[in-house]
Design a protein around this ligand. Structure first.
Ligand SMILES: CC(C)(COP(=O)(O)OP(=O)(O)OC[C@H]1O[C@@H](n2cnc3c(N)ncnc32)[C@H](O)[C@@H]1OP(=O)(O)O)[C@@H](O)C(=O)NCCC(=O)NCCS
Length: 158
């Protein structure tokens, strides 16, 4: 079952993010990696700006996704699946959920340029790499300059 996450879910959401983000260690630039990857207070700030949805299983949340409609575009933010449940369709189910909710003509996602598996994942969902990534990151994301330099944007028209 996919459901919206509330404040009481945030500690588990944070756990999933930090567990799944271990995939970035040694892959993204060293100066972009930090532990924990996301602190609970940062997540609370992010959660105030978007809706998190979680895929709930009998033993709790297995993966989460952030849905952020903005001016004319919607952003997919923070898609993370617990390592024990990766490559079993959880991420695809969450992404399909957000695609179905999206009311803007365009859905965008930003990611680390070095995360080749994430690029493949989104390509399988008909997202394409956008040439104006830096401009889009400046317009729609509030992320540090260094993260922007090491990121790219993929998009899908709906
Ligand atoms: C990327 C992620 C969200 C995908 O969710 P998932 O539940 O694992 O993905 P699904 O099972 O729905 O889809 C699997 C497909 O995604 C791609 N993929 C996902 N993880 C992969 C990996 N570690 N290596 C290679 N391909 C991968 C492949 O195309 C895979 O298809 P395949 O298993 O037939 O090769 C999840 O693996 C994850 O949390 N990864 C770490 C954090 C991350 O990269 N988040 C994305 C931020 S933009």
């Amino acid at each position: 079952m996919i459901r919206p996450c509330g404040d009481s879910d945030l500690p588990r959401v944070c756990e999933i993010i930090n567990d799944a983000a271990s995939a970035y260690k040694g892959v993204i630039p060293d100066d972009c990696w930090h532990e924990p990857y996301m602190a609970l207070h940062e997540l609370r700030r992010e959660a105030a700006a978007m809706t998190f949805y979680g895929l709930e299983e009998s033993d709790g949340l297995a993966g989460i996704i952030g849905y952020q409609p903005l001016r004319g575009v919607t952003l997919v933010r923070h898609l993370y699946v617990h390592t024990a449940r990766q490559r079993q369709g959880v991420g695809s189910a969450l992404l399909r959920h957000v695609i179905a909710l999206t009311e803007t003509p365009r859905l965008l996602v930003g990611m680390w340029a070095d995360a080749a598996w994430a690029i493949r994942f989104y390509e399988r969902h008909r997202f394409t790499l956008l040439p104006d990534g830096d401009k889009l990151l400046r317009t729609y994301w509030a992320i540090p300059k260094r993260q922007r330099e090491a990121s790219l944007v993929m998009g899908r028209e709906l």
